[in-house]
Write a protein that binds this ligand. Structure first.
Ligand code: ATP
Ligand code: MG
Length: 581
């Protein structure tokens, strides 16, 4: 017998399937064979007017993930009804991003493939007295629409004859009229409490070149006229979209019913909102076009190409999406939760390496100075064996050079240690990871009084990092051999926005005023252990005690560039913060 009370292990709790009402609906439809022997059909319908972001990853995991779970199929459909804002670059990036996330579509579809059919259906609705050509301007149509509290007013053109409507609509298509001079509207109900039902526009005149259909059309269907029928044409059984489309559902159903076509059902789920993050293609485009970030794939961007370049993995993103599930009310998710899933994954799978971001020279006075058997003019070198990933013995070990002059982090030495500071300071002994115990003695300063060198002695008996007499040290520090270090640029990223809610604005402010001015710090003097010279773009590293890093695409063999994916949690920083230091 199972008991709900016994599961106290946090890991197994996290592994339990989180609630997702969409899964429950599909499971029930499968159980009752609602669609007979047909498989579950879903689709992911991006408009190719920008790059995909983390919010789209949630939708992709729902559309593709749930279909996969129930042996169904998912189409990738580009809702390309707006030629002015859509581009092939976006189409290509969207396909690459869906695949990166780990999904493959059944059919690749475009709403523009249906332009001919949608036009035929518009004629059918006109003939049934369900659509009419309106000569009102866009402004006049808006004025006639009414408000949430007032009904709309009929257009004076609402009662045109079928013949006149057919004539005008075919001439709209033939290109006889200028942009904006006429529209085709559905003839539904100007007094409907749902504003989407007050004779919505179906077609507009737009003499624009479409990226796929060229100049074949000068009238284009509105998204709301194209979307539901596109679903229907693809026999989509479960059309899942975000909550803002809830009020559009009655309109989609109206078209489907009046055309007598396959009855796709729509289900709405909550949009992903992440703290410190904007998930709106329009705003992300603005960040790019105003050069507030370097590009769509700037590692601070919440785009899939951005977080990919930052070092995030599809596995972590999918695990995060599985955990957040789907619900019927909008909320906000802490960015730390996404970071947590990524850290877990990196902790298990990244290779460890030593890298010093703010180097300080450490000289071991009693370490033998030359001769080095390999190269007589250089100091002695020895190699210490280091585990590539303590979490995964199968990742093996590597040999890291150790010598008389090393680099350590500036933060790992204090001439006058504050309370609770356990790292290196004069007279204090610490462990150099996997190598030896060292005790600091003196410092060398430049004319300005900055410490440029720390001198220490080592205990040769502590090789490997333990002393035979059982002496304990309180700190273990990373290091890099100075003679062998490779120099690199390291880019440290922080949150792109300074406020948890970027839309928390003072009067007269724009959301971009909430950008975090310190979201990128570039370090040019980092010193890395030599094995990192062989890093490849897809490799993931934990720089020990520093954070998770990956190679950036700007990197060249002569100029290595690493991105910080995430910092490790730093207990010292927390102590410092708490004590107000
Ligand atoms: P944006 O507001 O970023 O422009 P959009 O909804 O206009 O997004 P579409 O290309 O229409 O972008 O989105 C494709 C699909 O992704 C839609 O089904 C939409 O509901 C879903 N989607 C978009 N943003 C989110 C989000 N933040 N969370 C979950 N799903 C989303
Ligand atoms: Mg949209």
């Amino acid at each position: 017998m199972k008991s709900a009370m016994t599961n106290t292990n946090p890991e197994s709790q996290a592994a339990a399937t989180p609630p997702n009402f969409l899964r429950d609906i599909i499971a029930e439809d499968v159980r009752t064979k609602k669609y007979g022997d047909a498989v579950i059909q879903t689709r992911f319908p991006p408009e190719p007017n920008g790059y995909l972001h983390i919010g789209h990853a949630k939708a992709i995991c729902i559309d593709f993930g749930l279909a996969d779970e129930f042996g169904g199929k998912t189409n990738l459909r580009f809702d390309d009804t707006n030629p002015e804002k859509e581009e092939q670059e976006y189409v290509d990036s969207i396909m690459a991003d869906v695949r990166w996330l780990g999904f493959e579509w059944d059919r690749l579809c475009y709403a523009s493939d249906y332009f001919g059919q949608l036009y035929e259906w518009a004629l059918q609705l006109i003939k049934a007295g369900k659509a009419y050509v309106d000569d009102l301007s866009a402004d006049e149509i808006r004025q006639h629409r009414g408000t949430l509290t007032e009904p709309g007013k009929d257009s004076p053109y609402r009662n045109r004859s079928v013949e006149e409507n057919l004539d005008l609509f075919t001439r709209m298509k033939a290109g006889e009229f200028p942009d904006g001079s006429r529209v085709l509207r559905a003839r539904i109900d100007m007094a409907s409490p749902n504003l989407n039902m007050r004779d919505p526009v179906m077609y507009r005149i737009l003499h624009a070149t479409h990226q796929r259909t060229g100049d074949q059309w000068c009238i284009y269907p509105m998204y709301d006229y194209a979307h539901g029928q596109s679903d229907s044409l693809e026999c989509v059984t479960h059309s899942m979209c975000t909550l803002e489309f809830t009020d559009h559902q009655p309109l989609y159903r109206w078209y489907i019913e009046h055309l007598g076509i396959f009855p796709t059902r729509q289900y709405e789920f909550d949009r992903l909102n992440l703290t410190y993050t904007l998930l709106s293609k329009r705003k992300l485009l603005q960040l790019v076009s105003e050069k507030r970030v370097s590009a769509w794939d700037d590692p601070r961007m919440p785009t899939l190409c951005g977080i990919r370049r930052r070092g995030f993995s599809p596995e972590a993103l999918r695990a995060f999406c599985a955990q957040i599930g789907a619900s019927r009310t909008n909320g906000s998710t802490d960015i730390e939760m996404l970071e947590h899933f990524q850290r877990e994954e990196l902790n298990r799978h990244s290779s460890r390496a030593m890298a010093v971001l703010h180097p300080l020279k450490l000289v071991i006075d009693n370490y033998p100075e030359g001769p080095n058997p390999e190269s007589p003019n250089k100091d002695q070198v020895e190699f210490v064996e280091v585990a590539n990933n303590p979490e995964d013995p199968s990742a093996g070990t590597r040999q890291v050079p150790f010598s008389r002059e090393l680099y350590i982090e500036q933060d790992d030495f204090r001439e006058i240690p504050p309370p609770k500071y356990y790292r290196l300071s004069p007279g204090k002994e610490v462990r150099l990871r996997n190598a030896y115990f060292v005790t600091a003695h003196d410092v060398v300063k430049d004319v300005a009084g900055n410490i440029v060198e720390v001198h220490c002695t080592y205990d040769p008996a502590s090789r490997g990092g333990n002393s035979p007499d059982g002496r304990k040290v309180k700190s273990t520090m990373h290091w890099v051999s100075a003679a062998h270090a490779i120099s690199a640029e390291v880019r440290l990223y922080d949150k792109l926005f300074a406020k948890a809610d970027p839309y928390d604005l003072e009067e007269g402010q724009d959301v971009l005023d909430n950008l975090n001015p310190n979201s990128l710090e570039v370090l040019t003097e980092a010193k890395l252990e030599p094995s990192l010279a062989n890093a490849r773009l897809e490799d993931r590293f934990q720089f020990e005690r520093v954070g998770y890093f990956c190679l950036d695409s700007d990197s060249t063999p002569a100029h290595l560039v690493f991105n910080r994916t995430l910092p490790l949690r730093d207990s010292w920083a927390r102590i410092e913060k708490k004590s107000g230091a």
